[in-house]
Ligand binder design. Structure first.
Ligand code: FES
Length: 138
């Protein structure tokens, strides 16, 4: 094998390796996320772990769902994983949206896509406040 043949074979080998790595990464992370189903969660707003929901603009993630306090006594809940590649979303009260920092997708309160690259809406859930108990159901 001369020097030219060596480099040609090395390049082919690296290309195959890079393609394999890229494919395996895609198989593990390029699909849309799965939204929780059969949801029935009750959060006690007086519990310290739920204290973020006592403040307008506060939010928390639980069991695959992100819950945000969008106004006094007003809550919204959607799946917490971005429908693009599954990154955990945040709630941005000042922009009235869910935001994905991974690639910049944004979603309305309803879960509708307002900016890509995500194409699919987030699953949204019903929120019901009874005293200090917040129930989230599908
Ligand atoms: S993972 Fe959310 S925009 Fe890509």
């Amino acid at each position: 094998m001369n020097r030219k043949e060596f480099f040609q074979q090395s390049f082919v080998g690296l290309t195959v390796l890079a393609t394999g790595v890229g494919l395996s990464q895609c198989l593990g992370g390029c699909s849309s996320s799965t939204a929780p189903t059969d949801v029935d969660i009750t959060l006690d707003l007086n519990a310290s772990e739920n204290s973020a929901l006592k403040t307008v603009g506060g939010y928390l993630r639980t069991q695959g769902i992100i819950v945000a306090c969008v106004g006094q006594g007003s809550y919204v809940a959607v799946q917490s994983a971005c429908t693009h590649e599954g990154q955990a979303l945040v709630w941005q009260q000042s922009d009235n949206r869910f935001y994905c920092s991974e690639h910049g997708a944004t979603f309305a309160r309803t879960g509708a896509v307002t900016k890509g690259p995500a194409k699919d809406a987030l699953a949204s859930y019903t929120t019901t406040l009874n005293g200090t108990m917040l129930r989230i159901t599908s």
